[in-house]
Design a protein around this ligand. Structure first.
Ligand SMILES: [Zn+2]
Ligand SMILES: [Zn+2]
Length: 338
């Protein structure tokens, strides 16, 4: 029986069928193609420039670990612009089901940290906000306000990244979002009729938002499945521990919906992300997007009067405690870092 050969090199047996392109690839060509996609994304959208100080947000999942591995490897190979500083950090939400606790492999992050000379640090919600996510949840729930734990974590985590960015003097924060995450985001924005969110969706770092550290997503054109295979064969641990809150998270359902749709339309994830990017481009016009203002309580960037963190803290009855702590961070009225 003829073993199907790799459609790229024609020299080695194929190990992977890429549904979106119809290619049959050997692992060698698959891994090279993934690395090429990431480096092309970085160059095409100018995600990383000379002298950038990049913070890699490590959630502990395979995506952020793969991102740390790849950026370290690229810098070592001289593929990144000159004088790029890399750092990595994790955020400990402070409850036993938090994303941080799913990361049982902090030893692997330490290993990468040493191998690629990327300093690594863990921050807790407690040290950043003066309160934990559980404090916020209890405060809200005791008043009969039902807010999902993932929402609280999400709002605080996004702010935490900004605070950490200012503390470390980062010019950009890199996250491990992959093609599947991005496709889900497009669908979620559509399903919740949230056009405004597309203004910040595109591939380019948002360098014109004052007080906001730009985010970059170098893996956003790589399918989750391919990252998993890449991770597995490069000794990057795959954490399969699911957060118990995940089942009521709307993304969880979308994952299966997308997988079903993909059977009829193998390019659906690329199409969704391209559609989101086109909308983002249309909306990059400053006249269309909601301008960023400063929160009247904490001075952090927000589209309304009060930022979502302060809104949560106020409802949870933790405003005084939070603001007292926030002042000690000396971040009030943060200036643009770009
Ligand atoms: Zn090949
Ligand atoms: Zn605020």
């Amino acid at each position: 029986m003829d073993v199907p050969m790799c459609t790229r090199c024609g020299r080695r047996p194929a190990n992977y069928y890429r549904v979106s392109s119809g290619e049959k690839l050997c692992f060698n060509c698959l891994f090279r193609s993934i690395e090429d996609t990431v480096i092309k994304t970085i160059r095409r959208y100018r995600l990383i420039n000379e002298g950038d100080k990049i913070g890699i947000a490590i959630s502990g999942g395979k995506d952020s670990l793969t991102l740390m591995y790849l950026l370290g490897k690229f810098r070592k190979q001289g593929k990144l612009p000159k004088n790029v500083e890399l750092m990595a950090f994790s955020i400990n939400e402070g409850h036993p089901y938090s994303c941080f606790y799913r990361m049982a492999r902090s030893d692997y992050v330490q290993k990468l940290s040493e191998e690629y000379d990327i300093p690594y640090k863990v921050y807790t919600f407690k040290e950043l906000f003066g309160v934990t996510a559980t404090d916020v949840a209890h405060g809200l729930w005791s008043k009969g306000i039902n807010v999902h734990m993932c929402t609280i974590d999400g709002v605080l985590r996004r702010r935490a990244m900004n605070i950490i960015g200012h503390k470390l003097g980062l010019t950009k924060i890199a996250t491990g979002h992959n093609l599947d995450d991005e496709a889900q985001t497009v669908l979620l924005n559509v399903l919740s009729n949230d056009l405004d969110r597309f203004a910040w969706f595109g591939p380019k770092p948002e360098i014109d938002r004052e007080g906001f550290i730009p985010r970059i997503k170098p893996l956003r054109f790589v399918r989750e499945e391919e990252i998993a295979i890449y991770a597995h064969y490069h000794g990057i641990p795959l954490m399969e521990l699911e957060c118990p809150f995940v089942y009521s998270n709307p993304r969880y359902e979308l994952k299966f919906t997308l997988a079903r749709w993909e059977r009829d339309n193998p390019n659906i994830k690329y199409s969704l992300v391209a559609f989101g990017d086109s909308l983002a481009k249309l909306m990059s016009d400053k006249a269309v997007r909601t301008p960023l203002r400063k929160c009247k309580y904490c001075g952090q960037p927000t589209s309304g009067d009060v930022c979502r963190v302060c809104e949560l803290m106020r409802k949870a009855g933790l405003m005084e405690k939070y603001l007292a702590h926030f002042k000690t961070l000396k971040l009030m009225d943060t200036q643009s870092s770009s």
